[in-house]
Design a protein around this ligand. Sequence first.
Ligand code: LMR
Length: 343
Amino acid sequence: MTRSLSAPSFLRRGLVAIGAALALAPAAFAQAPIVIKFSHVVANDTPKGKAADFFAKRAAELTKGRVKVEVYPNSQLYKDKEEMEALQLGSVQMLAPSLSKFAPLGVKEFEVFDLPFIFDDYNDLHKVTAGPVGAKLLKKLESRGITGLAYWDNGFKVMSANKPLKNVEDYKGLKMRIQSSKVLDAQMRALGALPQVLAFSETYQALQTGVVDGTENPPSNLYTQKMHEVQKYVSVTNHGYLGYAVVVNKKFWDGLPADIRAALTKAMAESTKVANDTAFNDNQDALAKVKASGKTTVYAPTIGERFLLKKALVPVHKQLASRVGDETIQDIYKATGFDPAKL
Ligand code: LMR
């Protein structure tokens, strides 16, 4: 025989159920993670791709699941130009654009990193990115609603085309894809080439269809985008550096609870180490794979050929000093010991 509920016991049960639901509600809210959309344009298997994935993992671990970083690689979400706009609008929270891509935001000084032959190696570079010059540059982003968190390495660039690139004259008349940097524009013009700005995601097709003749990038980007399959010659010029600034939407960052921000800062420091520790090897491996593919001829310029390339390109420093800031250039020379007069 079923016993009908007496009014008081019915009420009691109802109240218990409501109480339980209310007790659970704050916990349920607390568990909804803060989502960070991290958009980038390269493949997962690159220094930036690996560091971004590592950051996502560590951010989840260090915040005990309170933060979920969603990484969107390969221009899946946005291309170069759009991703900067999306960050400012808050449609994504985090990016790691190459240092060459900050001038359209009005921070032209970042193009200093594009100056050809300004860094001899990663050692020189780190004197800048890990020192006061690097910090000062990141600070300049604040007025654009962006907070700079770190510099991540990629590497030194090679040149590619469908003809051998040994001497300065070999570049004459070639249409070369560049990133949106006036320094890179001047660099290509100094070689007699015709620079053409294209989004990274459009570069492979432009090379394949002959819209452009050649390009420059570190081997890790060349290989993972298969650009070597549509370029007959690669010249290991190491004439310039390509790396990244990891940036967040300032309003979003400042609005995070302090403990979350601290955990993310720690995750970022660890990720920076991952990027910088793997960049050199990743680029060496990629170059070896490009060679092994047999799809392109890889040429290492002689010391003499590289010296002539350097002599042709270093004047770009002076030429672009008023754009990127002579003071910043001099600060870098001081940090690295580079002296253009000694060429
Ligand atoms: C490029 O556009 O060539 C690079 O900036 C891509 C990247 O992010 O490494």
